[in-house]
Design a protein around this ligand. Sequence first.
Ligand SMILES: Cc1ncc(COP(=O)(O)O)c(C=O)c1O
Length: 377
Amino acid sequence: MLMIPFVDIPAQYAKIKIEVQQAINNVLDSANFIMGPEVQLFEQEFASFCHAKHCVGVGNGTDALTLALKAIGVGNEDLVVTVPNTFIATTEAVSRVGAKPVFVDVNQDTLLIDPNQLETKIKQLRAKNLPVKAIIAVHLYGQPCPMDEINEIAGKNALRIIEDAAQAHGAEYNGQRIGMISDATCFSFYPGKNLGAYGDAGAVVTNNAQVAQSIAMLRDHGRTQKYEHLMEGYNSRLDAMQAAILRVKLKYLAEWTEKRVKNAHYYSEGLAGQSYLQVPFVAELAKHVFHLYVIRVKQRDALQNYLKKAGISTGIHYPIPLHLQPAYKYLGHQAGDFPVTEKAGHEILSLPMDAEISQAQIEYVCQVIKKWLSDNS
Ligand SMILES: Cc1ncc(COP(=O)(O)O)c(C=O)c1O
């Protein structure tokens, strides 16, 4: 049986194996495992990729968010507004700096933060004199949030913006690359991401020199020099071996991104005109980089099982919205509070997507889905 993995990391590795092994060997020979030239060079190269001035490498995407929040001054008792349709790392970072997440629902087409609801929520919080400090815009699935609207709302309310771009390397909004727009844009290089390390890694990209400097200190025990510490920080440096691997992969990122976009196009063409299925909606000003290709269908679980039997791996991002997770029981939410996110949670299905999947494989996936739809409608 034809097997189609959700993401084919080994196939990608096979193409860059020699370069990666050379990069790893160079780090081993240099014995520069902590910080050093590979980290510095990756930071310069990734900042340049994002058209931004600074990049600070950190241990992972969750730490990138945590340190960015700390660097912009979010702390005890502050409120940070974000969406329930994201991975828990977004709000873990908020809690880790002592602040509290406040949710607003997503737009029903993009499943990203809804600016109208954001504005209403901020007005409500302000009316109650609550200490709302920042917004985290999550560019979920690879599609950037409507940053013009978000910037305007933040500007009117003196709020800071952090972007969670863990899934959006190379995405663009209104002609601007993600990383050059807000105070701090946080990336994850978890292995399956569009730019993935071979272990944990992350980075914060910013045009703000002060934010960059603060994160550079926080990630390394708050030190200014070897044994001089301006503050207590963390141990969350970008590993030199991962930086060397990321430098190899970064050279291919633009090409891999175009392949993802093309693959998304093949899927959307192959699945067009199916009345019981929605293909991803791409907003007018967005360059979507398709970390995930997410369709919507009723009886999603049945389709997922059917695909599994046909050898096709899929995922659900995410099945339980954050406000209904046991971890956030203390926030006092209940089912029905964020209906768009909740409905999506029952309908979304992420199909196999990366730069490696072939057009023929995509056509096979589409064929199997269409067979299921015709048998079940
Ligand atoms: C939207 C989102 N935010 C944050 C993270 C956290 O990144 P990491 O796993 O590198 O800590 C991830 C990925 O895992 C993510 O998908």
